[in-house]
Design a protein. Structure first.
Length: 480
């Protein structure tokens, strides 16, 4: 769907929208066409403008045919999950969707039939998780084998509808067996590993797959279930929501990220999964912390810490240390050095007691990341000497998969050097940070270096700053 791709990139292009709406209607995807027009209408209305009369006529024709095809739309809606695993039908799966039959009790069917889709989902999730690390191009090629006619919604629209359905499902209460729950949990664990090391084209495919897995869980939540099963599914839905939010944040789709962070927190609360709820609150706080809004992030992290204290099922030491480090960074933003140092000390004690593999929500927190948090805190508190020591330590310990964190550490190092007036060193590390920003498409890192360039105005005539200005100029098109 080249039209769809173009319009998602240029949402005000009515010449593209009209044929796109017509094509979607012919294929039976009227809800998607309606949503696209609604988005255009809202954007124009906010500016006091109206859509082109030709676009209005196309929309009117769409609405006039809506009632005629109402039954067809309902059938189309039921096919969302089929778009996830349509290519598996060619492998001999007779009824891969029997496990989400909501019209009868699942226990009335054979267990092998119930779990066929989940077995296939597990295989596909493992394959994509491995490809997300090994080869982005292979993931793209793999997902492109799914016929276009089965991709009922663009991922951009799919998740907008999905989060509303999940919110409704969380307020309701198929009986499914424990084996099915275990398989869903394995799929979810694979989804955590699908978060790309570097944001890019593969991020869209990864997010689409995670959303399709979330759609399966949402369908199971939309029918009545025993309390224990309901809470287990809510916990799985909460994890999948946080994964979606994490990928969206890396893609700079902050509105979607916020939506799914909040949804993940709500699902975790329904599941009575306090550690997951706390992780969601901390992840939600990150964007505010990085944008110098500690007044927004502090209540979120503080709530997470309070939840951990009243948690019946204690969180792992890795999770606790990660939350403590996040709180310390907020304290540093607030210039509260006393509480910052005390919380960093707490995080250090906890990470020293942690088991490396004991990280259920994939915080990836470790001693090297703690060193990065310390360096960030010391930089914020104007302690450049202390910051340099721990940041260089963090760089030497950093794993190859921590490329985002490397960008933040390099920008903090550059900041520490400008505090000491060492402009040549500042520009050297700022240049390295820009290289990471270009590779990862990390807007926050790019913005940090732009701010440092402004802070270095007194040295604007030096060759170091001039070279840095040129590098920033060359990258501006990537972030605008």
């Amino acid at each position: 769907m080249l039209l769809r791709t173009h319009w998602c990139t240029h949402p005000m292009d009515e010449d593209t929208l009209r044929p796109l709406m017509e094509l979607l209607c012919k294929r039976g995807y009227r809800q998607e066409a309606e949503e696209y027009y609604r988005r255009l209408y809202n954007q124009l209305a906010a500016k006091g403008l109206a859509s082109d009369p030709r676009t209005q006529k196309t929309a009117q024709n769409l609405y006039s045919r809506q009632n005629i095809h109402k039954n067809q739309s309902e059938v189309t809606s039921s096919l969302h999950v089929e778009s996830v695993f349509s290519f598996y039908m060619q492998r001999g799966a007779d009824d891969p969707f029997s496990c989400i039959n909501t019209s009868s009790r699942m226990e009335d069917h054979e267990p092998e039939e119930h779990n066929s889709l989940l077995e296939l989902a597990t295989l596909r999730g493992q394959d994509l998780a491995n490809d997300a690390v090994v080869s982005n191009s292979e993931v793209t090629e793999y997902l492109d084998t799914v016929p276009a006619k089965n991709l009922l919604h663009s991922e951009d629209l799919f998740h907008l509808e999905l989060h509303e359905r999940l919110q409704r499902a969380l307020r309701k209460s198929a009986v499914i067996d424990n084996a099915t729950i275990k398989r869903l949990e394995r799929i979810t664990n694979d989804c955590w590993r699908m978060i790309p090391v570097v944001a890019g084209v593969v991020s869209h495919h990864s997010r689409r797959y995670v959303l399709e897995c979330l759609d399966i869980v949402t369908r199971l939540l939309e029918v009545s279930q025993p309390k224990t099963t309901y809470q287990q599914l809510c916990s799985i839905a909460g994890e999948l929501s946080l994964i979606t939010a994490n990928i969206s944040s890396n893609m700079r789709d902050y509105h979607t990220a916020k939506t799914y962070y909040e949804l993940g927190i709500e699902a975790a609360q329904e599941a009575k999964n306090i550690p997951l709820q706390a992780v969601g609150l901390v992840r939600l706080s990150f964007n505010s912390t990085r944008n110098n809004r500690p007044d927004v992030s502090f209540p979120l992290v503080q709530e997470a810490l309070c939840l951990m204290k009243q948690c019946d099922k204690p969180a792992t030491m890795t999770t606790r240390a990660w939350i403590a480090a996040a709180l310390a960074e907020v304290y540093a933003n607030l210039k509260n050095d006393k509480d910052c140092f005390a919380t960093l000390e707490q995080a250090e004690l906890q990470i020293d007691s942690a088991i490396l593999e004991d990280d259920p929500y994939h915080t990836t927190f470790s001693s090297s990341l703690l060193a990065g948090y310390k360096g960030s805190c010391y930089t914020l508190l104007q302690l450049p000497e202390d910051a340099e020591t721990v940041l260089h330590e963090a760089l030497t310990q950093m794993s190859l998969s921590s490329i985002y964190q490397k960008g933040y550490i390099l920008s903090d190092l550059a900041n520490s050097y400008i505090q000491k007036g060492k402009i040549d060193e500042m520009c050297r590390y700022a240049s390295d940070a820009l290289a990471v920003a270009a590779q990862t498409k990390a807007l926050e890192i790019f913005q940090r270096i732009c701010k440092l360039r402004t802070d270095a105005a007194l040295w604007a005539s030096t060759s170091y700053v001039k070279n840095l200005n040129e590098q920033i100029h060359d990258l501006e098109h990537v972030f605008h």
